[in-house]
Design a protein around this ligand. Structure first.
Ligand code: SAM
Length: 245
């Protein structure tokens, strides 16, 4: 197996972990926290549930899920530096024990099939070679009736908003990134074109079809911040909805 994409992702995220608590919020004009909140509000889980947060990064989504729903959340990420930052964040919020962390790859999760009541995945697909097999692996560990939630960047559909978004992501983001660090400059350079490319290759229809093919039903799509972010939600299989409450 070729792990080149994983190595690239690890290098990229190891290099930006120290500033990840504040830079995405600032660079998105404080929309990032809104996107996380929207995603987390869609979980239907409770104190007896265990949620998997794939691509947990500094554990922003994982901690918010644990606090909002009083459930246990397992965070998975391949970047040691992100996990170090996540552990620091979890400890300082007193969530140690409620939010355990596991180093691992989304493509090959070290969990039994159907072991989580719900799963979230954030900003993953640009870092994997095979979106379908990675999503299949993520769906594998979800219990029937459990909810799958994803958060991804999007491209605004309104022509004026899209033009402004284009100028911002192509011109201003690389400059803003360079002011923070070399790692953030790299992010600023590649993110805009990557968002456009992913938006074209993984259209809403394609993604719905893929989720349906993987057994995810009742797929709902919410576009936030003029379409700059896309939250998707669906339920696995035909089983009665697993609320875990
Ligand atoms: C944008 S961050 C996610 C942010 C986070 N969920 C939050 O709360 O804000 C994306 C994360 O995905 C991780 N990642 C990238 N490719 C991965 C893979 N194949 N398997 C697991 N994690 C991966 C990166 O290390 C990074 O921490």
């Amino acid at each position: 197996m070729d792990y080149q994409r994983n190595r690239q992702a690890q290098e990229l995220f190891d290099g930006i972990a120290d500033q990840y608590n504040w830079v995405p919020d600032l660079f998105s004009f404080f929309q990032y926290r809104r996107w996380r909140r929207d995603l987390v509000s869609r979980f239907q889980v409770g104190p007896h549930s265990t949620v998997l947060d794939v691509c947990t990064g500094p554990a922003g989504v994982a901690m918010l899920t644990a606090q909002s729903h009083r459930c246990r959340v397992v965070g998975v990420d391949l970047s040691p530096e992100m996990l170090r930052r996540a552990q620091h964040n979890i400890s300082s919020k007193g969530l140690t024990g409620q939010v355990p962390l596991v180093m691992g790859r989304a493509e090959d999760l070290a969990f039994a099939s159907e072991s989580f009541d719900a799963v979230s995945v954030t900003f993953l697909l640009r870092y994997v070679d095979d979106a379908e097999s990675t999503m299949r692996e993520i769906v594998r560990v979800l219990k029937p009736g459990g909810r799958l939630l994803s958060l991804e960047f999007g491209v605004p559909s309104n022509p004026i908003a899209r033009a402004l978004w284009h100028v911002y992501t192509r011109r201003m983001l690389p400059l803003a990134g360079a002011l923070v660090s070399r790692g953030w400059k790299n992010v600023g350079d590649f993110l805009g074109p990557s968002i456009t490319q992913l938006d074209q290759s993984n259209t809403e229809d394609n993604t719905r079809e893929l989720w349906n093919r993987l057994g995810i039903q009742d797929v709902q799509v919410a576009r936030l911040s003029l379409g700059g972010a896309v939250v998707m939600s669906g339920v696995k299989g035909n089983a009665a909805q697993n609320t875990g409450r």
